[in-house]
Design a protein around this ligand. Structure first.
Ligand SMILES: [Zn+2]
Length: 349
């Protein structure tokens, strides 16, 4: 599930204020995180607090080409440009607001009122989907790591549902969450001790069997630094699990600039299986497997229809979602979102 869309799932809870609280909690995850080192390929324009990318974070190439302009249909209606590296094809949102500037892009009163008409159906579907996905995630962690129990770090844990589910399976779980309100929710609801974003630099190297980032990496400013830390924090046999939207998916190609998972400016980085593999290799990982996330196609297609101004967004989205789902069955590289499993590369003996 896309974190930035989770509030829809929470509509069944008690009233608008709680929904808004949860929304803010979930949406301030990581995005304006302040790690200590800046990747050298990224230059921040300090005065305006804009993240301007002058060189590709993946290959350091400086031939960056404009691809298209996307609108923030979620919060502000502002426009942002998508750029691509001519050398390696890595794609990103250019000039995203940074630091405190990003906060307002996570306030989606507009979006919540927008969805009022389809409350019941949308919510009950996503409630069920989330429950199912939670089970799938737990199962996947155990399958990928070949472990019934171990030590897990969940980065961008939000309100802590997944971290709690893993702990119930007797895993030892650490969780990191940037947003203070989300952290206190996780503490009250699940008694989880969630750390703030500084923990990423403070946790001990080689201490986790599994690290998970569920729809988080695309939000993180310090992309290169995060990849480096992921490798350091894992044990030698550790497993890294990353779920991100796939901009080479069927639905992305169909909706173009209206594809909801561009989600500008909240999503800075737009990955494909090819660029994810390259990032992994660059940071000492081998991509062991990748799995499609079929439900995302329905959800993203419905939101994309809404972005195009379609009046029958639910039905049209469901139709496109079904076609997209078939495409992902035939070729998982066409899936709307993909879960990647990485193992650390072992030194040759
Ligand atoms: Zn590049």
């Amino acid at each position: 599930m896309n974190f930035s869309r989770v509030p829809i799932l929470l509509k069944d809870l008690k009233g608008k204020d709680i929904r808004r609280f949860l929304f803010v909690s979930l949406h301030q995850i990581w995005v304006n995180s302040a790690f200590t080192d800046e990747a050298k390929s990224i230059v921040r324009e300090k005065e305006m607090d804009i993240l301007k990318i002058n060189a590709c974070p993946l290959c350091e190439g400086t031939q960056l080409a404009y691809v298209m302009t996307c609108t923030d249909c979620y919060a502000t209606g502002e426009k942002f440009e998508i750029y691509q590296c001519n050398n390696c094809g890595f794609t990103f949102t250019q000039n995203t607001p940074s630091g405190k500037e990003i906060d307002k892009y996570y306030h989606a009163a507009n979006y919540i009122s927008h969805t009022d008409t389809k409350k019941g159906l949308m919510n009950s579907i996503y409630h069920r989907v989330r429950k199912r996905m939670l089970k799938e995630k737990v199962r996947l962690v155990m399958k990928a790591s070949h472990r019934k129990r171990g030590k897990l770090l969940d980065i961008g844990t939000g309100t802590g549902y997944f971290a709690n589910a893993m702990r119930k399976e007797t895993w030892k779980v650490d969780a990191i969450e940037k947003n203070e309100e989300a952290r206190s929710f996780a503490k009250e609801q699940f008694r989880l001790n969630v750390k703030d974003e500084k923990a990423l630099d403070e946790l001990a190297a080689g201490s986790y069997d599994v690290i998970t980032l569920w729809h988080v990496l695309e939000h993180l400013e310090k992309l290169e630094h995060t990849w480096t830390r992921l490798n350091e924090l894992l044990t030698d046999k550790g497993i890294l699990i990353i779920a991100v939207p796939n901009y080479s998916s069927y639905d992305a190609k169909k909706y173009k600039a209206n594809w909801a998972a561009y989600d500008v400016p909240r999503h800075i980085w737009h990955f494909t299986p090819a660029t994810m593999q390259r990032f992994g290799i660059k940071h000492g990982f081998i991509m062991a497997a990748h799995y499609p996330m079929p439900f995302d196609a329905f959800y993203v297609s419905m939101l994309s229809e809404k972005n195009t101004g379609s009046k029958l967004s639910f039905l049209k989205g469901a139709y496109t979602g079904t076609i997209a789902w078939f495409h992902s069955l035939v070729k998982k590289e066409k899936s709307s979102s993909i879960i990647y499993i990485f193992r650390k590369k072992q030194d040759e003996k």
